[in-house]
Design a binder for this molecule. Structure first.
Ligand SMILES: Cc1cc2nc3c(=O)[nH]c(=O)nc-3n(C[C@H](O)[C@H](O)[C@H](O)COP(=O)(O)O)c2cc1C
Length: 365
């Protein structure tokens, strides 16, 4: 049977049934497609992770993410503390005063939701957060890695780091079982104008992975690149600084803080920006492991990120925002989004891979 026909059948079947643990094997057997991907040292069963944010703050969510078929997730970022509970970045434990789904002008049917939200990092203190993180890590497996994310003290230029915050929080997460860490340079830092000059920012990227890895040699650290208005060259400098600072890879890139909205923005504009950065970063630093994030709502978008040089993608707004057109798949939002991204017979990831293969075969590649 023709592969497209087989995909239609698979797609039809999984409209009604849960995604099983051996989904990638089924895809290999039925469609002869390898959908494995990587995050640093880890082999992923497929390239789609859930990004850190409001969809990874509770155990129930992590359970649903796992059950829906995602290859892993990154927990909502915690604000670091030292062993006495001091927390220099406490301002970032900011509760939102508004959460809103907005749509770009071109998106007349409300299919590509963007979140406007003025909250910050996780609002719990470290002890409260660890209660959640310690339960969540029990769902961690080779087949479903769970990644930690944090932000600690950020000095201005010339000031020393309060290293204890970074080290103590990493230690507590390490003791709970986490080995892979993202660093969230939250877009709301842009409100702190005194910190946001280029020299200072590069110093953070150069120093922090090393501070964490000096104490814990078997961890992997992935800083998330800020999306600033200094041009692509500066975006690449942040990547370069991360590598010099012994990061194991980078996440490209966080949402763009916009003064006019008083919050960060995403969607298509973010995706276009991030694809340019990833292409450039991949070209300049071919060995750097890149995780791509921003504006992913279709399998075609996943392919764009992977073709640009990302090893995997992270999705949030599609899961969190209100999608006006009803999903074909019944079930919870995690299941609906995973199905749409992966199995949509038109523009899901599998359909895109089949089209790519057909094109290559026809052109004799
Ligand atoms: C409401 C909200 C909260 C977020 N919180 C975090 C966070 O705690 N840590 C982090 O690294 N990124 C955070 N992000 C960024 C997302 O992880 C993601 O990288 C970004 O939103 C781009 O993906 P998207 O377009 O699919 O939303 C947040 C984004 C949103 C919309």
């Amino acid at each position: 049977m023709n592969a497209f026909r087989k995909l239609e059948e698979l797609s039809h079947y999984f409209l009604h049934y849960d995604i099983p643990e051996n989904f990638s094997q089924i895809v290999r057997d039925e469609l002869n497609l390898d959908i494995h991907a990587r995050y640093g040292p880890l082999k992923l069963k497929n390239p789609v992770l859930v990004a850190p944010g409001q969809m990874t703050v509770s155990l129930k969510q992590i359970q649903m993410i796992k059950q829906a078929g995602f290859s892993g997730c990154v927990l909502k970022s915690v604000v670091a503390e030292d062993d006495k509970g001091n927390c220099s970045m406490i301002k970032l434990r900011k509760r939102p005063t508004r959460v809103e789904t907005v749509y770009d002008d071109y998106d007349e049917n409300g299919e590509f939701p963007i979140i406007h939200w003025d909250g910050g990092l996780d609002t719990r203190n470290l002890e409260e957060y660890l209660e959640f993180a310690s339960q969540a890590i029990r769902l961690n497996s080779l087949d479903f890695p769970i990644i930690a994310s944090l932000l600690g003290h950020l000095p201005s230029y010339g000031e020393d780091f309060i290293e204890d915050e970074w080290i103590y929080t990493t230690k507590r997460l390490y003791d709970a079982g986490y080995r892979i860490f993202e660093i969230d340079f939250c877009p709301f830092l842009k409100e702190h104008d005194e910190l946001m000059n280029q020299k200072t920012i590069l110093m953070w990227y150069k120093s922090i992975p090393g501070i964490m890895k000096r104490v814990f040699r078997d961890i992997f650290v992935f800083p998330k690149i800020l999306n600033l208005d200094y041009g692509v060259e500066f975006q690449l400098k942040m990547v370069e600084a991360s590598i010099e600072g012994s990061a194991d890879g980078v996440v490209i890139a966080n949402r763009v803080y916009k003064k006019e909205f008083g919050c960060a923005h995403g969607g298509k504009e973010l995706k276009q920006r991030n694809l340019i950065q990833i292409k450039n970063a991949h070209q300049c630093f071919p060995d750097v492991e890149i995780s791509g994030t921003g504006g992913i709502y279709r399998g075609t978008h996943i392919i764009e990120y992977l073709d640009a040089g990302a090893k995997n993608v992270q999705v949030l707004s599609f899961l969190m925002g209100k999608v006006k057109r009803p999903f074909e798949k019944k079930g919870n939002k995690f299941q609906q989004v995973f199905f749409k991204l992966m199995l949509d017979a038109n523009d899901g990831y599998l359909a895109c891979l089949l089209k790519q293969r057909e094109k290559n075969e026809n052109s004799g590649k």
